[in-house]
Design a protein around this ligand. Structure first.
Ligand code: R5P
Length: 295
């Protein structure tokens, strides 16, 4: 059987090179650039005939990535790829899971339709499943979700002594309690009201006293950073250990990585989105998920 071909869309090279040996895959090349008018030029640099192609493309800042990704998948089929899988460690648009106001687009469904039409399967890491029970509600292709919680617990065990795990909203309680259980630490959950994209109010519901513990705030996504920034401000106490902010996906809009570091907090993310705060490696779990879907 020919080895599968892994192709990294721009910015995903590090993940593709980590995955390749775990999958006994070859890394293929792609030329992708913009014409002067902004249209996309795309060319595969390896033969795709009769091969399984795995495209690695995390979907932070998705609008600029989705059209080239769809071109790539369609072209791969034209060039003879037998299967085309997508590894999108961060899956965009999942938070638009309802028509909150009349007339709004439920973009999670639209992205799911576009991806399902072009790919044979999808592997992702902790998609934001809030009002959907599973990806199968909107994706019509086989999907496999990697859960970063055990890796987060392991990171906390190895790097933080005497932690108190803190979830940033009530919805995160189940997830946060699992992280805390595996990290052998107590946990508390804050209350969050989001009034607008950049207007978040966080309050303490029933928090355990820090008692010298290091607060470890955990969330699935840091986007504008308002949730983490407000939480850090709320729990930061003079003389107490500085908080650690841990997220699966660091999107860091609005320079929120810099703003968070300026508070004195340590910021740690998984490598689902490449960033200098990546200290939790999901590649091995992603490789197992790919193997499971391909077999
Ligand atoms: C929301 O439900 C998520 O779990 C995150 O808390 C949220 O996406 C963070 O967004 P931001 O960084 O913009 O406050």
């Amino acid at each position: 059987m020919t080895a599968p071909l892994l192709v990294a869309m721009p910015g995903n090279e590090a993940m593709a090179h980590k995955l390749a040996p775990m999958l006994a895959a070859e890394v293929g090349g792609i030329e992708l650039r913009s014409f002067p008018d902004g249209e996309t030029y795309l060319r595969f640099m390896s033969s795709l005939s009769d091969r399984t192609l795995v495209i690695v493309c995390t979907l932070d800042r998705p609008n600029e990535k989705i059209l080239p990704l769809l071109f790539a998948a369609a072209t791969a089929r034209e060039l003879g790829a037998t299967k085309v899988g997508l590894v999108a460690p961060y899956l965009a648009y999942m938070r638009q899971d309802r028509r909150f106001k009349p007339g709004e687009a439920v973009t999670s469904r639209e992205v799911a339709r576009l991806v399902s039409d072009r790919f044979d399967w999808l592997v992702t890491v902790d998609p934001h499943l809030h009002r959907y029970g599973s990806l199968a509600e909107i994706y019509t292709i086989p999907t496999c979700v990697v859960h970063a919680a055990p890796l987060i617990s392991q990171w906390i065990r190895e790097h933080v002594s005497n932690p108190l795990i803190i979830g940033t909203d009530i919805e995160s309680e189940q997830w946060v309690s699992a992280v805390a259980h595996d990290a052998d630490a107590p946990y508390s959950v804050l209350e969050k009201i989001r009034r607008a994209d950049r207007d978040v109010e966080i309050s303490i519901r029933d928090m355990q006293h820090l008692d010298g513990r290091t607060p470890v705030l955990v969330d699935d996504i840091i986007s504008s950073g308002r949730t983490m920034l407000e939480a850090v401000r709320l729990i930061m106490q003079p003389g107490a250990p500085k908080p650690v902010c841990v997220a699966v996906h660091g999107l860091f809009a609005d320079l929120s990585d810099i703003l968070l570091v300026q508070t004195g907090a340590r910021v740690v993310t998984s490598n689902s989105v490449p960033h200098k705060t990546n200290d939790i490696d999901v590649a091995e779990l992603v490789a197992s998920a790919i193997t499971g879907l391909r077999s």
